[in-house]
Design a protein around this ligand. Sequence first.
Ligand code: GCU
Length: 446
Amino acid sequence: MTGNDQHEPGRPPPDGGVRRCATAAAWLMASATALILVGGLGPAPERSVPGGAALALIADEEPLEDSSTEADAATDDATGGAATMTVEGTRVPDPLALDNGDTVESVQAWERQRRPELLDAFQTHVYGQSLPEPADIAFDEQTLGDGGKKVAIEVTGPEGSASFTLRLFVPASSEPKGTFLLIDHRGSVGDDPNSSSDYAPVTTILDQGYAFAALDAEEVAPDDAASYRSGVLDAFYPSGQELPEDAGRAISAWAWGASRAMDYLQDDPDIDPSKVAVIGHSRGGKAALWAGAQDTRFPVVLSNNSGSTGAKLARRDEAGESIAAITAQFPHWFPPTYQDYADSPDSLPVDQHELLALIAPGRVVVGSATEDGNADPQGEFLSYLAAEPVYDLYGLGDTGLSSQSWPPTTDKGFRGPAMSYHLRGGEHGLTSADWAIYLQGELFLR
Ligand code: GCU
């Protein structure tokens, strides 16, 4: 059920051979822009890519030059030996620096070399190893009152099966402009779309012409240190044994669940699979980012107030929730391999701007709130800024911001061609004001 033949040229299949569904034309335009940006290297060879298009790409043999104007000259012990760049005075790993020290200068090098390196590093050091695709997946659909659907997604792994619920509501009158897939960690979406909340305003979303789907995260992996394995994880790991140190825990499982929801959505006749945005708030926002980083079928990834181990830079450990605090309070969210960095966040080989960058060329959306101190809104803002060099490779580097200075204007949605940001006035929450910004304009258009 995971096949998808809308392949995007030049991107490695992340998950069962599927690729982000941005149109080939959009990708070609972005690639062409990237080529213009790296002009001056003389005539580039032509290379055939899937889909029959011929693109001029930089040859593999082409010597790599340091192209990042923001990159610092030296590597730094405070970043685990990685090459660094500086974002508004904060030093972070340079997302374009390959592990071998070379600098990524092309979309091709990013996708073939750097992107896999970063995905691997996030699995090894932060979120843990992701579950593999299930050996079997089945969708049991039930029609709900207002035309919605309740889908039991049953997945089978080597140790058994698990089931979790996806609810889907589509606007009655028109073809949806797109679909929001919420990683619902609050169990707040029921069978009746009229039981809306600010956090999940189903009827408002439908009225604006979008479809809305909610994944019941608690069923994927209970948000509880004692029982989190009892959802999907125990279908893959023997329940009588400790999980491997580096196995993903609840956040990883929720992200994986979002991909399984996408497995369903991509074959639902009411849904355009090239317009599915995965969205999550707070702990759900951490999972949404990790889902979108790995699964390139999501053309839009929205993280609302995702904070620590979400959009927030880990290297601002002293601001808001630290690695020590989050791993102590929520030991079931991340593997012990991440806890190892509690005393030495600067030695993490990655930082969270690189997670945002993994969503390129899909749209990354960061939503923050002024009084959300625990999530460190400034750290979320800096992370957003620091993802820009990777978007720039695709010719999509415009953050949409009018200024890089903190704080930006509040309650205003900033939107570049593939990056969106807003800072809402107020406290931690996914509110109607956040949704108003997400529903504004055409998220799925460049
Ligand atoms: C806690 C936790 C955060 C998390 C938040 C939430 O505050 O410290 O990391 O984002 O819960 O999910 O609401």
